[in-house]
Design a protein around this ligand. Sequence first.
Ligand SMILES: Nc1nc2c(c(=O)[nH]1)N[C@H]1C(S)=C(S)[C@@H](COP(=O)(O)OP(=O)(O)OC[C@H]3O[C@@H](n4cnc5c(N)ncnc54)[C@H](O)[C@@H]3O)O[C@H]1N2
Ligand code: MOO
Length: 634
Amino acid sequence: MERQIYLENTAWQEGLALMMEKLAGRCVPRNESLDVRLALHRITGAIVRAKRSSPHFAASAMDGYAIRAKDTHGISEREPRWLELGIQAVQVDTGDPIPEGMDAVVMLEDVLELGEVGILLQAPVVPYNHVRPVGEDIVEGEVLLPIHHRIRPQDQGALLAAGVLEVEVRSKPRVGIMPTGDEIRSPESTLQVGDIVDSNSTVLASLVEEWGGSATIWPITPDQPEKLEEAIQKMAASQDILVIIAGSSQGRDDYTSQMVQKFGTLYLHGVAIKPGKPVVLGEVQGKPTFGVPGYPVSAYLTAHLFLEPWVKHLQGLSKDSQATLDAVISKKVFSSLGSEEFVRVKVGRVGDRWVAAPLSRGAGVTMSLVRADGMLRVPRLQEGFHEGETVPVELLRPISELEETLVCIGSHDLTLDVLSSHMKAKGGQGGIASAHVGSLAGILSLRKGEAHFAGIHLLDPETGEYNRSYLQRFLPGRDVLLMNLVYRTQVFIVPKGNPMNIKTLADLAKPGIRFINRQGGSGTRVLFDYLLQKQGLTKEQILGYEREEFTHLAVAVAVASGSADVGLGIQSAAEALGLDYVFVGEERYDLAIPQEFMREPRMKEMISVIQSKAFQDDVLALGGYDVRDTGVFY
Ligand SMILES: Nc1nc2c(c(=O)[nH]1)N[C@H]1C(S)=C(S)[C@@H](COP(=O)(O)OP(=O)(O)OC[C@H]3O[C@@H](n4cnc5c(N)ncnc54)[C@H](O)[C@@H]3O)O[C@H]1N2
Ligand code: MOO
């Protein structure tokens, strides 16, 4: 098969519009009749009218007595009147039919006296008093629901009350999802090097279900043209929409676009978005067909941009617009010209403004989608955003949750995640949104009003003291409290068995030892530079000094994967990955909290969690932590 090496660079909106223009008229919604009791969340395919009135008989609205209103004319407190039971008054309960000839109900509590043969009234009653007339709620023939209405529980109630047992709904669009690739394995497989778990199929199928479709995941198909051809034809025969995962790019085994061309029409290969550029748009046997890129974030995003409108179209719906808010961006976002880039962000409200902190940009980083509170779009003809710029963010979580979230910008520590989940366990919706930028950058975020607190561990080489002098230097005149979160053990993280026999800092300068560093401004970097200086070593003597990671875990991963022999980091990160370590020293990890946020209920909540035994026990279980001052203010 010929390799295509040209990808288009069309705006995604144009790609979608082109596909709609070619196919929308031919692919239209279908209806089916469904038992109302099974119709929750389905979309009505026609106007629904009442088959009978409700109530269908005049009914008492209260417990009491049915009477004739005219029998009460002239009654007053001074001239009460007896109505004879069985003749002028008949006892009824709420919902009972009104007996023939009666036209009003007096409530039990409005009856002055109940005698053997009658009831004594002291006020007149108007006709239809406490009577629900026929059709009070629903009149036969009336429109109950419009077309293209998503059926809710209360709608089901009204339909049944109105005698409607079967309702015309849109058939769920059938979406076939085909994972492809020689390296793709089903989730339960034991993985060999090079194998990748098929996570995309489930993500896409669940999205389709959320959008009202019915998804079927096809067996994993290897990168062989004959196998792919057979599968795609079978899928086209039974499904309304086809999705082929991976093989969208230009590699040796990327066949999707040729396949679409062979069995149908290729409309477009490649749009100007990042991630998700190599998406394939076309039709096979008249069915809208999508080749979504294999990288999980790309697959998710292209599904939202292209597949969602089609799943909705086949139900007669259009895509809902996303709620947005304006947020101040916490760090510069650079984006290359020419592509619209979708950046995942954490969002929180600090003081009276919203702050957005960008997350990892990699198309393979699924956790960026898990952690994201919102999506920021960088327009095609823009090279990004400046730090501090106000930008619109599309929300991926309810705003009520975000209102309760505390924003922590600063150094990374594993106990922050434990803290956040303890806060959620207590019923808090928000928890902590943390961005890991290093201690110094965290202090600067406090200065700019972009965080509620910062996690910091900055050693002052002059005094050997932690943190306080940095606050004085960078936040002069600001009232910022320091609370200890933990003492933690810094270690040299080494592979299991310590094959390079690293014992002291001096060993790091030995020839061939590859070090992995932390970014400038991180507390661990400050500590490392301090240790080097104390030892009389220079950075030139450390191989890999220039190679930087942003978190302790990333350093541990570099050691675990064999790309570095040693890194400086916290003991818990080494333990989390089953690595060995060499003790370096204990350091103080504090939370710096501006006084003005201490009044916030969510901050008080966090402090009470930090001071709880349950939280501290979980911290100790991580290993490498000491909680002797946890929750103590200095
Ligand atoms: N020379 C070029 N290489 C690539 C380009 C390019 O323009 N020139 N584009 C890159 C971009 S951008 C993307 S996105 C990917 C698209 O890749 P494909 O759609 O062809 O997919 P694969 O290469 O097969 O896989 C990419 C990645 O995704 C993993 N994958 C695949 N299926 C699944 C699944 N069902 N569940 C989870 N993960 C999956 C796969 O194993 C790979 O790791 O191409 C770039 N390359
Ligand atoms: O388009 Mo790819 O999804 O940028 O990584």
